[in-house]
Design a binder for this molecule. Structure first.
Ligand SMILES: NC(=O)c1ccc[n+]([C@@H]2O[C@H](COP(=O)([O-])OP(=O)(O)OC[C@H]3O[C@@H](n4cnc5c(N)ncnc54)[C@H](OP(=O)(O)O)[C@@H]3O)[C@@H](O)[C@H]2O)c1
Length: 268
């Protein structure tokens, strides 16, 4: 993988900046290798803030780079694409984070045979702990290998069929909010039973991390791990069943499906 390349991030908002910070945190890219664009009114006063190169001109940023990450909100992507489509050459790889926009739409506009990867990360990419789902038009190309290697540095990746991209949005990208809310709820419970808020949050967050690591490292099933904690007539099963009687699993499932329905309906 060529770590000397310049990366352009078109749209340095929440996810664009998180990707930029993740790449630098990985220690493979220097901030000055990353050109980030924003609207003029949104540019930082110091155009080298954090060592990154900020600018307003999307086309110029793309011409300086080989890998282009497009991370603007869906309702403006067409205008942005109109302004940059002719700048792409065979040397470019396009990575799109734009929710709900198919690879074919970019291909139609750009009209060049370049590798396009559609990715769905979450904000934990900033600390290299993202779950990133990826689809592409060129699964066997070295350019796609490069994109995958890049996101592998920023957490875990899974190559999926593009038709599952909105499912990935709900489960992985929106999902981080759902797990954060679960941790927050556990902290609130912890405070009610005696811990200061900061202590409760530490205990809840590390417990959630431990639970996730049990599954990721041991490849075990959640219910097998739960069975190890629930002694007969014990306090764990008492709490767990109370949560289930109040619809815990059902609320989580319904929330994810609702989010997916909303994403699908926005597309139509
Ligand atoms: N946030 C997430 O966790 C997440 C996860 C996965 C995918 N996504 C997708 O990623 C995309 C970006 O989301 P986001 O949350 O990062 O949105 P965001 O914070 O609003 O970032 C978008 C950025 O694009 C900038 N922008 C607007 N017009 C521009 C222009 N003409 N040229 C260059 N930059 C311009 C915006 O500036 P202004 O604010 O001044 O308009 C903003 O900095 C969306 O399609 C979203 O669905 C987001």
């Amino acid at each position: 993988m060529d770590f000397n390349t310049t990366i352009a991030i078109i749209g340095g908002g929440n996810i664009g900046m998180s990707i930029a910070q993740g790449l630098v945190n990985a220690g493979k890219y220097k901030p000055e290798q990353i050109v980030i664009t924003r609207k003029k009114s949104d540019l930082p006063k110091d155009l080298h803030e954090g060592g990154f190169n900020f600018q307003e001109d999307n086309a110029d940023a793309i011409s300086k780079a080989r890998i282009v990450v497009l991370s603007v909100v869906p309702h403006i992507y067409e205008d942005i694409l109109e302004g940059i489509k002719d700048v792409f050459t065979e040397k470019h790889t396009l990575v799109t984070v734009v929710t709900g926009v198919e690879i074919a739409k970019f291909q139609e506009k750009i009209k060049k045979d370049i590798c396009i990867a559609r990715v769905m990360p979450n904000t934990a990419i900033k600390i290299r702990q993202s779950m990133t789902c990826i689809a592409t038009n060129k699964p066997k190309s070295k350019e796609f290998e490069e994109v995958k290697a890049l996101f592998d540095m920023l957490g875990r990746t899974l190559c999926i069929d593009e038709e599952l991209m909105l499912s990935a949005t709900s489960l992985a990208s929106c999902g981080i909010a759902y797990f954060l809310r679960a941790i927050r709820a556990a902290s609130q419970g912890g405070t009610q039973i005696g811990f200061h808020a900061d202590e409760a949050q530490l205990i809840a967050a590390q417990t959630a991390k431990g639970a996730a690591e049990l599954l990721l490292q041991l490849h075990s099933h959640p219910e097998d791990e739960i069975d190890k904690v629930t002694t007969p007539r014990g306090v764990t099963i008492e709490g767990l069943n109370e949560m289930e009687h109040n619809g815990f699993s059902s609320a989580f499932i319904k929330g994810i499906v609702k989010s997916y329905d909303k994403a699908i309906n926005k597309e139509e």
